[in-house]
Design a protein around this ligand. Structure first.
Ligand code: DQA
Length: 142
C-alpha cells in the first residue's frame, strides 16, 4: 500500500507563511500527521512550485499508488491541466486545504479540481492533513 501527498506552490514555506491563515506548523509537521494516521502504509510526499512537475508526479502515481492527497495551493483555482491529470488518476483522491477558501477572497471560492476528486477537506489547518489520512485509512479498509 502506498499513499502520495502532493503539495503545490508556496506550501514549502508553511510555518512562516501567513501563520494566522495557515497555522504555524511546517509542511513536514503536516506530512507527519498523514503518516501517523496511516500506520503500516508507505507515505510518499512531493512538493513543487511548478505546475508541470505536479502533473508529472500525478501521472507517475497512476497504477502504483492507492490514494492521493493533494493541496494544489493556488493552482486549485485555475489549473485545468492539474484537473485533467487528476481525472486520469483512477484511485482514491482527496483535495485538502489548510484554510477554508470559501471564507476568503472570491477567487478562492472556485476549485477546478473538486469535481474530479472523491472528497474535499478544508479549514482545519494541520488537521486537514490528519483528517485526510483518517479518510484514506477508512476507504482502504472498506
Ligand atoms: C490553500 C488555499 C489556496 O487558496 C492558497 O492559494 C494556498 C493554500 C490552503 O491550503 O488553504 O496556497 O490551498
Amino acid at each position: 500500500m502506498r499513499v502520495l501527498v502532493i503539495n503545490g506552490p508556496n506550501l514549502n514555506l508553511l510555518g512562516v507563511r501567513e501563520p494566522e491563515i495557515y497555522g504555524d506548523n511546517t509542511l513536514e509537521d503536516c506530512i507527519n500527521e498523514v503518516k501517523k494516521a496511516l500506520p503500516g502504509i508507505e507515505v510518499d510526499d512531493f512538493q513543487s512550485n511548478s505546475e508541470h512537475e505536479i502533473i508529472d508526479r500525478i501521472q507517475q502515481a497512476r497504477g502504483n499508488t492507492q490514494a492521493l492527497i493533494i493541496n494544489a495551493g493556488a493552482f486549485t483555482h485555475y489549473s485545468y491541466a492539474i484537473r485533467d491529470a487528476l481525472s486520469m488518476y483512477e484511485d482514491i483522491k482527496i483535495e485538502i486545504h489548510l484554510s477554508n477558501p470559501h471564507a476568503r477572497e472570491e477567487f478562492r471560492h472556485t476549485s477546478v479540481i473538486s469535481p474530479v476528486v472523491d472528497g474535499v477537506i478544508a479549514g482545519f489547518k494541520k488537521d486537514s492533513y490528519t483528517l485526510a489520512g483518517v479518510a484514506i485509512s477508512r476507504l482502504l479498509n472498506k
